[in-house]
Design a protein around this ligand. Structure first.
Ligand SMILES: [Zn+2]
Ligand SMILES: [Zn+2]
Length: 68
């Protein structure tokens, strides 16, 4: 692919929720930040948002809290 043009340095993404490195297979990318699937939670009801989430003003919400 594009291996030759990429820098060699492997960066481990940092979770925006807990500030730990993310070593999971699945890394969520929301609001241009990386998240553990368990760290991405609704700002209102704290439900985990592994599948779908909605963002507003830098916070993420579940569908119900976003549209209420
Ligand atoms: Zn995390
Ligand atoms: Zn919610």
């Amino acid at each position: 692919m594009q291996g030759k043009t990429r820098p060699e340095k492997r960066e481990i993404p940092q979770c925006a929720g807990c500030n730990q490195h993310i070593l999971d297979k699945f890394i969520l990318k929301v609001l241009d930040r990386h998240w553990h699937s368990s760290c991405l939670k609704c700002a209102d009801c704290h439900m985990q948002l592994a599948e779908r989430c909605f963002s507003r003003a830098g916070s993420v919400y579940c569908k119900e809290d976003f549209f209420k």
